[in-house]
Design a protein around this ligand. Sequence first.
Ligand code: PMP
Length: 309
Amino acid sequence: MSVAFHGAKYCWMNGEVVETKDALVSAMEPIHLGIFEGIKAYVEGDILGRSRLNIFRWKPHIDRLWRSAAVCGLKIPYTKDDLLEATMKAIRQNGFETNVYIQPRIWPRAEAPESVHVVIPVWTFDTLLGKENARFSRQRRFMISSWRRIASDALPPQSKTWANYANCALALREATRLHYDGAVFLDNRGFVSEGTGACIMTVRHGRVVTPPVSASILESVTRETLLEILPDDLGIPVEVRDITRMELYASDEAFLCGTGWEITPITSVDDIVLGEDYPGAVTKRAAEYYAEILAGRIEKHKNWLTSVP
Ligand code: PMP
C-alpha cells in the first residue's frame, strides 16, 4: 500500500511559513535519522454556526517529540511554545476551516549534522468518527504480520523515528499483497504488540485489554486518553497486560486507536471473525464519546484542546 502525503499549500520551515513546494532540501540529507509527530486539530462548531479549530492534546504530543529528539541526539533549536505558534501560523496561512493533521518533522542538516531542519507540514483529513459516518462500520480484515514489531533493544519503538516505520511499511505491504486491510504485529516475545501506526485494544467480557509499553508499542496519546476515559467516564474496565495471539482471536471486539487511525474497528484477524456484532458495542461507545471530546462537547476535557486563534 502506498502512502500519499498531501502537504497543503503552505508549511512552516526553519522559522518561517513557506510554500510547501519551496520547502526544499539537499538530496544528501541524512533522512534515516529523522523524527516526527502526528497531531490532529478538530473543528468545534458553536451554536451560532461559527467554527474554530482545536488542537487535541498538544502537550503530550510535543513532549513525545522532545523525547524522540533526545534518544536520537537531536537538539531542537526552538521552545515547545515556538512550535505551537509555528503550527498555528501554518494552519492560518492555509486558511483551513476543516480538520487538520499536523506533522512536525525534524532531521539533521546535511551540511551541519549537529543542527537540524524543523518543518511543520499540515494537511486536511476526513475523520472516521461521528454518528453518521458510514466509513466507521466498513468491514476490516486484519492479519498477524509475519514481520515482528521492532524490538526495543534494536530500535526504540517509544520514539517516533522514521526508521521505525520501515517495519510498519513492510507489514502493510505484506497485508496488501495478501488482500487484507491491515496488519497486527506480535512483539519479539510473541505477544500482541500494535498495528502499523496505531495501538490495539481488545474487548472480552466487557473489559478492554491492551498491551503494555514493554510490548514494543509507541506510548500512544490516544491509548492514554482511552485508558483514562473508558473507566472514569464510561465505566468500562480496562486492563494493561500482555495479550496472546489466541486471546486476540477469541476477543469479542478489537479496534485500533491512534491519532491517524482514530478508533478503527477490526472485523477479523487471520480470517477468524471477532465476536458477534460488528462494530461491537464497546468500540462504538468509545468512538462516539471520543468524537464528542474532539468536538469540544465534553466540558471536563476541554483542557485537552488548544484552540487555534
Ligand atoms: N503506534 C505507532 C507505531 C504509531 O505511529 C502511532 C501514531 N502516532 C500510534 C501507535 C498511536 O499513537 P498516538 O495515539 O499518540 O497517535
